[in-house]
Design a protein around this ligand. Structure first.
Ligand code: DGI
Ligand code: FE
Ligand code: FE
Length: 194
């Protein structure tokens, strides 16, 4: 599938704002992928479809997670989590994407996970730092991403976990595990330690 076709397929499923975000994720993911030395075409496809299910009815997404026997905590830890695993299912069913790495990058793009592969990292981070994102802390994370993909993911996870805790919301266990995993595997001291 070429880029133009992929964009035409995703567009009707998104609002204008979310489409612009998707283009930002695509551009940012391509830059990160180039730096990390991974396949650009597949990263681009994952980026274009990462929020495919964002506006699906919540009940439909819950049904998918139930019928696939996926971790039911995706249903109980907050509705914002539904579109990531549901999106992986729907792009396989409706778009015909069968590449498991692309599907996994979509599945985990909201929560992160332990032992992320490079494509999962690139999509997760690009979603957080793409140029249209405006939330507090994003500037520092963008800067760190210039030096270290893992370092920037630690910052993104920390910001998200802190944000959820301040709002008295539950934190998906795999998100906490991802944070611990990156901290344990951190290669050297960096701006993060200051
Ligand atoms: O879909 P996007 O807006 O582009 O971004 P996203 O897929 O990262 O979703 C962001 C939302 O997900 C935001 O409202 C915070 C929420 N979120 C991220 N990680 C967790 C989470 N919510 C819960 N409850 N637990 C998490 O671990
Ligand atoms: Fe998303
Ligand atoms: Fe997104």
């Amino acid at each position: 599938m070429d880029r133009k076709e992929a964009l035409e397929l995703v567009k009707p499923h998104l609002t204008e704002h979310r489409y612009v975000h998707t283009l930002g994720v695509r551009d940012t993911a391509l830059k990160l992928a180039e730096k990390e030395g991974i396949d650009l075409d597949r990263v681009e496809t994952a980026a274009i479809f990462h929020d495919y299910a964002k506006f699906r009815p919540k009940e439909e997404m819950r049904q998918i997670i139930q019928s696939q026997h996926w971790d039911q905590k995706f249903i109980t830890y907050g509705d914002e989590l539904l579109h990531a695993p549901a999106g992986a299912y729907l792009v396989e069913q409706e778009i015909g994407i069968t590449d498991n790495e692309i599907l996994s990058a979509i599945y985990w793009h909201t929560t992160g996970k332990v032992n992320m592969n490079t494509m999962e990292k690139v999509i997760f981070l690009a979603d957080y730092i793409e140029p249209n994102r405006k939330f507090p802390g994003v500037e520092g994370t963008r800067e760190e991403a210039e030096h270290s993909t893992d370092g920037a993911i630690i910052m993104a996870l920390r910001n998200t976990i802190t944000f959820l805790m301040k709002k008295n919301q539950p934190v998906f266990p795999e998100t906490l595990s991802a944070y611990n995993d990156f901290i344990f595997n951190k290669k050297s001291a960096s701006a993060l330690d200051k």
